[in-house]
Write a protein that binds this ligand. Structure first.
Ligand SMILES: [Zn+2]
Length: 92
């Protein structure tokens, strides 16, 4: 079950929901999430957040530059940078 606190900003709410779905899709086999060390937890949080950005922005073709994506995507800057890093690593 995913519980998300409602937000007047629908884009933030969507990002939170997709983040949690990312955990379900990527980490559902992980049990004892609370027992992991901080490094592993941060990695899994980045993965879930990156998943959310990929659903929201499956392509970056509509953006000329990384800075434009950061400014126009509506994502928090650190989250936008996760999507950019995924593009840098994969070309997707
Ligand atoms: Zn999370």
């Amino acid at each position: 079950m995913i519980i998300v606190v409602r937000d007047e900003d629908a884009s933030k709410e969507n990002l939170r929901i997709l983040h949690e779905l990312g955990h379900v899709f990527l980490h559902s086999m992980c049990i004892g999430f609370y027992q992991m060390d901080d490094v592993v937890v941060r990695k899994k949080e980045r993965e879930a957040q990156t998943f959310a950005t990929l659903v929201l922005f499956p392509s970056l073709d509509n953006f000329e530059t990384e800075k434009e994506f950061i400014l126009r995507s509506g994502l928090p800057e650190q989250t936008a940078k996760l999507r950019i890093n995924f593009f840098r690593k994969t070309g997707i």
